[in-house]
Design a protein around this ligand. Sequence first.
Ligand SMILES: C[S@@+](CC[C@H](N)C(=O)[O-])C[C@H]1O[C@@H](n2cnc3c(N)ncnc32)[C@H](O)[C@@H]1O
Length: 210
Amino acid sequence: MPSSPEGRWTFTYSGLTLMVPSQVYRPKEDTFLLAENLLLQRGETVLEVGCGCGLIALLAARKAARVVATDLNPFAVEATKANAQANGLEARVEVRQGDLFKPVRFGEKFDLIVFNPPYLPSDGKEPQDWLSRAWCGGKKGWEVTERFIREVGCFLKPRGRVLLVQSSLGGIEETVRRLQAVGFSVRTVEEKRFFFETLVCLEARLISQS
Ligand SMILES: C[S@@+](CC[C@H](N)C(=O)[O-])C[C@H]1O[C@@H](n2cnc3c(N)ncnc32)[C@H](O)[C@@H]1O
């Protein structure tokens, strides 16, 4: 049962208990869609970009050899660190602050990279607070995703894959086309329809690098 002492929200999911400060994105349908489709082999290495409170990174850490979790939002970085510690997973989750792949070291490569990006279109104004940055994907909704797609291949191992959440409000076909253009084969792992949008979890596998 969620609760919110001192502006923090606490919830449990699949045996993990996490707290979410008021400046950090609260896990929603898009988070749970990714969580339900987070399939990985024991011993793999995982990068989560935009970790929020860390739910996905922590779920991955139960199987992965190592997880790196990044976020632009320093409150998200602190929350993920605290949640990893509270759930006894701090030895396997390294949390770093920064824009997209900037916190990833030169030469670091992963079996799986996951991102539930800010994908909703905005009025084109720069987001003014951390919560707006969590959902605001720029004027058309895919600006952050587009930058992610351009760079992600450099951080994948040769047979690596990407799990990416997208919304019908931000242009799913455009995202698929862009992934294919940089050498990925793409499939829809799961699609969920809601009253005002459809969410998809896409899996992209690197077949050739452009
Ligand atoms: C939709 S939320 C998802 C949070 C969490 N992964 C989840 O599924 O609940 C998007 C996250 O990406 C982060 N973010 C937005 N732009 C980013 C960027 N350019 N680089 C890194 N993280 C970013 C936000 O701070 C936010 O935590």
